[in-house]
Design a protein around this ligand. Sequence first.
Ligand SMILES: O=C[C@H](O)[C@H](O)COP(=O)(O)O
Ligand SMILES: C=C(OP(=O)(O)O)C(=O)O
Length: 446
Amino acid sequence: MNNTGDLDAWRDLPALQQPEWDDPAEVRVVAEELAKQPPLVFAGECDQLRERLGEVARGEAFVLQGGDCAETFEGSNADAVKNKLKTLLQMAVVLTYAASVPVVKIGRMAGQYAKPRSKPTESRGGLELPAYRGDAVNGFEFTPEARRNDPWRLLKAYHSAAVTLNLCRAFTKGGYADLRQVHAWNQDFVASSPAGRRYEQVAGEIDRALTFMKACGVNPDEFHSVEFYSSHEALLLEYERALTRVDSLSGLPYDVSAHLVWIGERTRQLDGAHVEFLRHIRNPIAVKLGPTSTADDALALIDRLDPGREPGRLTFITRMGASKVRQALPPLIEKVERSGARVAWICDPMHGNTFEARGGHKTRRFDDVLDEVTGFFEVHRALGTHPGGIHIEFTGDDVTECVGGGHPIDEDDLHQRYETACDPRLNRGQSLDLAFMVAELYRKTH
Ligand SMILES: O=C[C@H](O)[C@H](O)COP(=O)(O)O
Ligand SMILES: C=C(OP(=O)(O)O)C(=O)O
């Protein structure tokens, strides 16, 4: 498991969704450069997340994983990162308080720079160019220059991830995430939104609870910082391989590009390069399972990726779509549970619910997102298993990318602030609305 030969076995297997680079020699130069860079995360932190996910697999905690669909280099700045973290912290507070469950906070942040695409090219007004594959590969702008795949972007992705993670660490450890700041996170939001007003009530109750605990002698500094973990789809194997290092303490290889990496729905082939590569790293890993996944696929993935059946090692992120979740999910869970494996189950209610709106924008209905999460909870309740978390695409800004929600956005409003580089994200109000609803669903299940 820990020799570098195994770490390169993927090179002999089909690797889907890899960019076609003009010059493979240039890619090798970039990979060598990446291999010299310091780790972004440490093995011990990955182990800690694996333990936390083990608690999720055992039914003792809940995952909140989220962030942009596609992070951009431009977005690795203090304001954008702070807004996303603020929203994640607010959601986590609502879930922890209203559902009384420990929440494991994982950003789709500091590395989510590569996208699998349905089609290799995009056409506009008669011009056909390569599809945008994320800032790690090419530019979003629709020009031949921007859309050229440039391997040096991989190095830029590393540096943007470093900047973003540094900000995340500073915000979550340096006092900003202190639970005594619950009101401050909401300041710019409270008056303008129903979700903000509802949150303010919860924040008031938390304040009173903190005062009570202080009066009882609990040290308030206990709430000074939060554990935060980074994650992204391990799509570009040259990048992930170059950032994989053998840990000096354990002698085991860790992909130090993020605490958790996942395999997407389009690249989870059992005999494919992604599964082969990820099975050799010691990080906690996840696999997306769409509506065509069978229970046997899930079992075979467990055999490959988690042969030791270690709770926390493997998470399944299911993304069935609102109309399919109630039929497609039970057979998977039943067979996996019967096999004795202890995976964590997380619901991604975004990727099975995308459609094209009248004006041509890709969008998602808030109601479908909520319906898929509701179906996910119903299925787990019926089977007596643990609904382990949610995985969402959101931003801290007031974008208009998904329709519906407590402060409704209509299909005709989508053009107003449609800023995503790929798929539509929930805005801050929609994210908070969802957190309240998930907390309610969780309470009903437990
Ligand atoms: O985020 C997920 C995928 O990369 C995305 O849904 C693909 O979008 P496409 O179908 O427009 O290529
Ligand atoms: C591509 C993604 O999802 P999926 O693999 O589930 O389609 C994603 O989460 O960015």
